[in-house]
Design a protein around this ligand. Structure first.
Ligand code: SF4
Length: 155
């Protein structure tokens, strides 16, 4: 069974900074869940941050809140935990929540706390890619579906 690392919030787990989930309603996503393919993790919670927590964004090489609190160490710890989980379970790839400073894989918020986004990747997505894992957002399930077919053959 080909496994997929997944952002816990996409499964509806209430782990986001605002204590909400971000359930992905795509039927393919639900199918992969039913098949038991997902290895969920919330890097920020696993890295030691509470829920709820202040939103954080990437500024340069740091991850900070609007008030200037530096969350970089927790984000790095969460990224390392996600990498360890991916390696231990031999996941084929990851599907992570887009725009997050941890999980974003194409875009992240720009550090201004205005809702503006820039091209870039979160700390967990970047570390996974550095170690050879492909990362897709929940907005790239066509690509993920192709990758799953290529990785698993018949399943
Ligand atoms: Fe979701 Fe990732 Fe943010 Fe956790 S760190 S709430 S899994 S986007």
């Amino acid at each position: 069974m080909t496994k997929i690392l997944v952002s816990a919030c996409l499964l509806g787990q209430k782990v986001r900074y605002d204590s909400k989930g971000a359930l992905c309603g795509d039927e393919r996503f639900q199918k992969w869940y039913d098949e038991g393919r997902f290895m969920p993790i919330c890097p920020e919670v696993t890295g030691g941050l509470p829920t709820p927590r202040p939103p954080a964004e990437i500024r340069g090489d740091r991850v900070v809140t609007a008030a200037g609190e530096d969350f970089t160490a927790a984000f790095e710890a969460g990224a390392q935990a996600a990498l360890k989980l991916a390696q231990e379970h031999g996941v084929a790839f990851a599907i992570l929540k887009q725009n997050s400073p941890s999980c974003g894989s194409l875009h992240v918020y720009d550090g201004s706390f205005t809702g503006a986004k820039v091209a870039g990747e979160g700390r967990t997505a970047a570390l996974l890619r550095l170690h050879g894992f492909k990362v897709f957002g929940e907005d790239q399930l066509d690509e993920a579906e192709r990758e799953l077919a290529a990785s698993s053959g018949s399943g």
